[in-house]
Design a protein around this ligand. Structure first.
Ligand code: GCO
Length: 472
């Protein structure tokens, strides 16, 4: 375990230097940190409604207050500045900017202008995500991501936010993890809006990718020189538990629906043929695709956001058509296995080598597209010690190991341009409520007091040195 204390730099067997201008930062998302859900004219999102349903969220938690970032962002920006963060990735609440999903709220835009100005005033680069899952409920009432029109509303929303902030924000990400918004929100139902319809999940996935493409067209049309546009996808490399062809097939199936289904259309490769075959019996996809859609979705991006936490171990089932224990659309003939080795408090496997392999594969598969690790981090049981400190050696070790993994990928030729830790603050962890702490900054949700964890001090030193200890 690394304790994060400065001494580890002396104890290390050396340091691994990152490229000059490597972008360091931290990530959050609007519904997870803001609170202020009825303030400033904000309208309800699907997460406001979903958290109100019984039994959906651990401990009945909601994002009504969260980290109160809506009010406390000046304090949080000061913390970022004190840590020397060069960048802050945050998301805009669509229903704060357009309460009904269509009509502009100047109050809502003004909030984000104040946040961006606070960041820029402290020399922190805003990395703005337009959609991190909090769809205005009014649009869900009209079909949500099952409705093609929502993609058009998203493009209009993107253009509106860019018109308001494009003179002070240069890094734009359209959508965070369409996988989760579609497959967890409309497929397994564990995320808002909570539907359990695999065909609808595939339709929603297509409309989310279409929304990305339509928004890219709007953003490019009004972009200023030097601005960059991206999409963030969550990847989980499939690890087969054997070497036979049936094991390779199990890994192919999981990798196809989880990773390549979203990536390949964005790269201009279209939906992968093997995945189209895997999901053909589900329905919902072919009927949603219209002429020109794939061309729209393949609008070139400047970099790909890579959200990585852990690999997924898979095994074949005897019957290739037997339903999987993993509720992804079309997934059959294979099961997800329990994670192995060291686990986080979320029960996720700690396998940094898979991040290296993922980044190197992405470098090859995308033809050298610039990559930014837009999310990586871990939940661990944190407690405030009698000395009022939060010693989180597990998280320091997780970060050090995964930063070394990123460095190894760069050594292997991957064009990785940055790393944004998930997360700046302990926050609302979706269906797990506040039970899983990912922050490098501890939040006391009773008092809203922020405290730096040892991992924050370690990350501060990594940023200052643009390096990670090689190992101790
Ligand atoms: C995700 C989301 C984040 C999560 C984080 C921890 O990747 O699932 O972008 O909102 O909170 O990943 O699960």
């Amino acid at each position: 375990m690394l304790d994060g204390k400065p001494e580890i730099w002396g104890q290390a067997t050396g340091v691994l230097n990152f490229p000059q201008r490597f972008l360091w930062g931290a990530s959050t998302a609007s519904y997870q940190v803001e609170g202020g859900v009825t303030e400033g004219g904000r309208g309800p999102s699907i997460w406001d409604v979903f958290t109100g349903l019984p039994g959906k969220i651990q401990d009945g938690a909601t994002g009504e207050v969260a980290c109160d970032h809506f009010h406390r962002y000046p304090e949080d920006v000061t913390i970022m500045a004190d840590l020397g963060l060069p960048a802050y990735r945050f998301s805009v609440s669509w229903s704060r900017v357009m309460p009904d999903g269509k009509t502009v709220s100047q109050q809502g835009l003004d909030h984000y202008r104040r946040l961006v100005d606070e960041l820029r005033g402290r020399d922190i680069e805003p990395v703005l995500t337009l959609y991190h899952w909090d769809l205005p409920q009014a649009l869900e009432d009209e079909g949500g991501w099952r409705s093609r029109e929502t993609a058009d509303h998203f493009a209009a929303y993107a253009a509106t936010v860019h018109q308001a902030l494009g003179d002070r924000v240069n890094q734009w990400t359209t959508i965070n993890e369409p996988f989760c918004a579609a497959f967890l929100g409309y497929g397994s139902g564990i995320h808002a809006p909570g539907h359990t319809d695999p065909a609808a999940a595939l339709t929603a996935a297509h409309h989310l990718l279409l929304a990305h493409g339509k928004a890219m067209r709007e953003l490019r049309a009004q972009s200023a020189p030097g601005q960059e546009f991206s999409l963030a996808l969550n990847f989980s490399p499939a690890l087969a538990d054997g070497h036979g062809p049936e094991h390779a097939e199990a890994a192919r199936k999981f990798d196809g629906i989880h990773n390549r289904f979203f990536l390949d259309p964005v790269l201009g490769k279209g939906y992968p043929d093997d995945v189209l075959a895997d999901v053909a019996h589900v329905g919902g996809l072919e009927s949603a695709i219209q002429d020109g859609d794939l061309a729209t979705i393949s609008a070139p991006i400047d970099w790909l956001g890579v959200n990585y936490y852990a690999p997924t171990r898979v095994a074949p089932l005897d019957d290739p058509h037997a339903p999987s224990n993993c509720p992804l659309p079309g997934l059959r003939g294979m099961d997800v296995l329990p994670p192995r080795g060291r686990l986080t408090a979320f029960g996720w496997e700690q396998t940094p080598g898979s991040l290296t392999e993922l980044l190197r594969w992405l470098n090859w598969h995308t033809g050298g597209l610039p990559l930014i690790v837009a999310e990586n981090g871990a939940a661990f049981e944190d407690s405030v010690d009698p000395d009022d400190r939060i010693h989180d050696p597990d998280r320091v070790t997780y970060l050090a190991e995964h930063l070394r993994a990123v460095h190894a990928a760069i050594d292997g030729g991957a064009d990785v341009r940055g790393y944004l830790v998930w997360s700046l603050l302990d926050n609302f962890e979706w269906s797990m409520g506040y039970s899983k702490r990912f922050g490098i900054v501890h939040v006391d949700f009773e008092t809203q007091r922020r405290r730096l964890k040892d991992s924050a001090l370690f990350y501060r030193d990594v940023i200052a040195r643009n390096a990670v200890p090689a190992g101790v």
